[in-house]
Design a protein around this ligand. Structure first.
Ligand code: 13P
Length: 253
C-alpha cells in the first residue's frame, strides 16, 4: 500500500494572542531547517490570528487551518465564521466536529457533515473529529460510537485530498491519559475498514489522525501504530519546542 503522508496538526483552541506569532515563527524555523520532514505540519490558531499567521507563513511549508466554520455560506449568524472567510484569511483546512464543539455547542453529526461540506465548497480540507466519551468506552460502545459519528459526519464528495479523520477519545483530551497502542490500533483499523467500505480507494488513502494527550514523550509510540497517519495536538502544540518534539518523529532516519 502507498505510504500516506502524515499530518501533524496543532489545535490551539481558545489560546493565542498576536504575540503568539513568535511560536509560529519558531516552528516555521524548525521546518525550514528540516525540509526532509516526511509529514505536513499545520497550526490551527484562533480565527483572530489566521490572517496574521497565513501572511507571515506565506514562504513557509507550515500550513494554517481554522477550528470551526458555519455550514452556510454567509448570512445573519452573529459571531460565526463561514468557511470561505477562513479560506480568504489564508487557511487551507478547518477542524469540524471537535468534541468540545459537540459538547459545548450541542453539535450533531448532521451539523458536522454540513460544516464539512461547507469547508469543501470553500476549497478547504475538512478535519473531521470523532471519538467516544469515558462512559461510552466503559460500556464497550467505542467502535459503535465511532462508526455512527463517522457515518453521520462524512459528507458526499469526501476524498483523501479534501478530508482527514481525527480519532480523539474524549477522555484522553487534556487529561494526560491515552489509550494503549493496541487500543489505538484496533480503533484506527476499524475506522480504516469503514472508510474503505464507504469510499473505496479514497478511503484507503484518507489520513486518520490520533488526538488526545499527544506529547513529545509518547508521540513516537502512538505515531508508530498501524493506520495512524499523524496527530491532532492540543496543549503540546502551543509551544514550538514541544510541537516540534512531536512532529520530528517523522524525520527520516
Ligand atoms: P490535548 O492534546 O491537549 O489532549 O488536546 C487534544 C485535542 O483536543 C486536539 O484537538
Amino acid at each position: 500500500m502507498k505510504q500516506l503522508r502524515p499530518l501533524v496538526a496543532g489545535n490551539w483552541k481558545m489560546n493565542g494572542l498576536q504575540a503568539s506569532w513568535d511560536e509560529a515563527e519558531r516552528l516555521a524555523g524548525f521546518l525550514s531547517e528540516h525540509a526532509s520532514l516526511a509529514a505536513d505540519v499545520m497550526l490551527c490558531p484562533p480565527s483572530t490570528l489566521i490572517s496574521q499567521f497565513a501572511t507571515g507563513l506565506s514562504d513557509s511549508s507550515l500550513l494554517v487551518g481554522g477550528q470551526d466554520c458555519h455550514p452556510e455560506v454567509s448570512g445573519a449568524h452573529t459571531g460565526d465564521i463561514a468557511a470561505e472567510m477562513l479560506a480568504d484569511a489564508g487557511a487551507t483546512a478547518v477542524i469540524v466536529g471537535h468534541s468540545e464543539r459537540r459538547t459545548d455547542h450541542g453539535e450533531t453529526s448532521e451539523l458536522v457533515r454540513a460544516k464539512a461540506a461547507a469547508a469543501h465548497w470553500a476549497g478547504l480540507m475538512a478535519i473531521i473529529c470523532v471519538g467516544e466519551t469515558e462512559t461510552e468506552r466503559k460500556s464497550g460502545e467505542t467502535l459503535n460510537i465511532v462508526s455512527t459519528q463517522l457515518a453521520g459526519s462524512l459528507p458526499d464528495g469526501a476524498t483523501a485530498a479534501n478530508t482527514v479523520i481525527a480519532y480523539e477519545p474524549v477522555w484522553a483530551i487534556g487529561t494526560g491519559l491515552t489509550p494503549t497502542p493496541d487500543d489505538v490500533a484496533e480503533i484506527h483499523a476499524h475506522i480504516r475498514s469503514e472508510l474503505n467500505g464507504k469510499l473505496g480507494e479514497e478511503g484507503a488513502q484518507m489520513r486518520i489522525l490520533y488526538g488526545g494527550s499527544v506529547k513529545p514523550g509518547n508521540a513516537a509510540e502512538l505515531m508508530g501504530v498501524a493506520n495512524v497517519n499523524g496527530a491532532l495536538v492540543g496543549g503540546a502544540s502551543l509551544k514550538a519546542d514541544d510541537f516540534w518534539g512531536i512532529a520530528s518523529v517523522y524525520l527520516p532516519g
